[in-house]
Design a protein. Structure first.
Length: 504
């Protein structure tokens, strides 16, 4: 059987490339457009063809350029709709049941891809997923050596009998459901994720230039793109050469030339292959922000992951050109990483210094006894809720919400003890099991850490050990499988951190 990609190329070479007006599939029936932002619409037609876009009484006109590409911008709209869009050239495209509301991109690796059908109480959740104003766009796994201009999917309505719902990102769904319930506007969720993938595969090269430590990656990405381009040219030349023979064979019912069975005309190779195939085609579709759940495949990076997060966020913001849009991420959960996890979690914690970001801690959401637990918690409801708290507080005016767990504020010495002060304590510091705070360690100038006793004192925890006479530093939850019990009264946990006394 011929590979569908190779066949698609043969068919495209045998027919006019822009026979009709066409839009990318991110524009389809049931889509959600981002409210209160100018609406960018783009597509393809014959070179020079005049294009008119009509949406809810607003129009924009343009002409396709020499490459057959066109783009218009319509005024911002308010929620909710429904609306209809008509795009007219020599042919007409109509898109119906369009809502206007809040659009979020949900991306990352396995924990973001983790489907609703595997989540806690999955059957009940799917049965209750009857939200006509929540719309879902599930981007298929599509690695590409060079950027693609479209995705093979369509928007759909969130309903229990829609198979997309069961296969959609559980974290994305629960986040969107909570947002929709809280602000009562349509929500569009775009899930673009793939298990077992590193952050580099999702990072636009545009984000690397501002992070000097990643300069070598720029050259590596360029080399990978050049290689993919050369191989694609070679394969297209080969396919063009066999087209006459392929047509003759099809007409006569004879066997086809073997060149049609090539596995992939454009090898994936290295570089940002998932950005190329799954994120680039979405740009510049209007969004409110992004959700990110990834890090397991970069666990060995330690603090280098902070640089990679800076590049990821900067790159997406640069290509979307919507300013510093919200970028909320999840701190990965306890699992056995041969001692490497605390450094990665510390880097994720530090990434909150990137403007307009926020982190949902998840150390308390996993069940190490469950196959899907540990590194893949089933309780995606709580993780989605914690992400939604950030958005509701920071983007939707719910300023009364406690949206973050306690965060380290300062470290001071009190004789043989250390006082660890926190902010974001909400209603106060408590423990999940009503026992003394656990997983604190303390060290003297020699840096040898030992287990510390800990006691809550207002917005601080006082720690100490008889084995350390002159404490100099501390760390918290510094083990792969640590599930510490300290949290605020609102149930949001303290995440991994370390600190040392200021040197005189």
């Amino acid at each position: 059987m011929r590979h569908p990609i190779a066949l698609a190329i043969v068919l495209s070479l045998a027919t006019p490339l822009f026979a009709d007006v066409r839009l990318p599939n991110v524009f389809s029936d049931h889509m959600v457009l981002q409210r209160d932002k100018p609406i960018k619409v783009w597509g393809w037609a014959a070179p020079g063809e005049k294009i008119k876009v009509l949406l809810s009484g607003k129009t924009a006109d343009t002409s396709a350029d020499a490459d057959g590409e066109w783009k218009v911008e319509l005024p911002a709209m308010k929620a909710p709709g429904p609306h209809e869009m008509t795009v007219t050239g020599k042919s007409t495209v109509k898109i119906s049941d369009i809502l206007v509301g809040e659009v979020w991109v949900c991306s990352g690796q396995s924990n973001m891809e983790f489907e609703l059908k595997h989540a806690l109480n999955a059957q009940q959740e799917i049965k209750g997923a009857d939200y006509p104003q929540i719309r879902l766009l599930l981007v298929p796994r599509t690695p590409a050596g060079l950027p693609l201009n479209d995705i093979k999917t369509r928007w759909s309505v969130c309903a229990p009998d829609n198979p997309v719902v069961a296969n959609f990102s559980a974290v994305g769904y629960f986040f969107g459901r909570d947002i929709h319930k809280a602000i009562n506007v349509p929500v569009g969720l775009i899930a673009a994720s793939q298990a077992a993938t590193q952050i580099e595969l999702w990072t636009a090269t545009e984000g690397l230039s501002g992070v000097p430590a990643l300069d070598p990656v720029i050259a590596s990405n360029q080399a990978a793109a050049d290689s993919a381009r050369r191989k694609l040219v070679e394969n297209l030349d080969l396919l063009e050469a066999v087209i006459p023979a392929a047509r003759a064979a099809l007409a006569s019912g004879k066997a086809l030339p073997p060149a049609l069975s090539m596995p992939n005309p454009m090898p994936v190779g290295g570089g940002p292959v998932l950005y190329n195939g799954m994120i680039y085609p979405l740009v510049p579709f209007g969004i409110r922000g992004a959700l990110w759940y990834q890090g397991e495949s970069n666990c060995g990076d330690g603090m280098r992951y902070l640089d990679k997060m800076k590049a990821l966020v900067a790159g997406w913001r640069e290509v979307w050109k919507q300013g510093d849009f919200p970028f909320y991420f999840v701190q990965i959960t306890p699992n056995n990483y041969n001692g490497a996890l605390p450094l990665l979690l510390d880097a994720q914690n530090a990434a909150m210094a990137i403007p307009n970001t926020g982190m949902a801690a998840s150390t308390d959401t996993c069940d190490p006894g469950d196959h899907y637990g540990g590194g893949h918690p089933r309780n995606k409801q709580e993780i989605g809720r914690r992400l939604a708290l950030w958005a509701l507080a920071k983007d939707y005016g719910k300023t009364e919400l406690v949206y973050c767990g306690p965060r380290f504020k300062s470290l001071t010495a009190e004789g043989k003890q250390l006082r660890v002060a926190f902010d974001h304590v909400g209603g106060g510091l408590v423990t999940r099991d009503n026992k003394a705070p656990d997983h604190f360690e303390i060290a003297g100038p020699d840096g040898n850490f030992v287990e510390a006793t800990a006691k809550i004192d207002g917005a601080s925890v006082v720690i100490g050990s008889d084995k350390v006479v002159n404490p100099a530093s501390m760390r918290f939850a510094w083990k792969d499988l640590a599930q510490p019990n300290l949290m605020n009264r609102e149930g949001l946990p303290v995440s991994v951190f370390r600190a040392e006394l200021a040197k005189e």
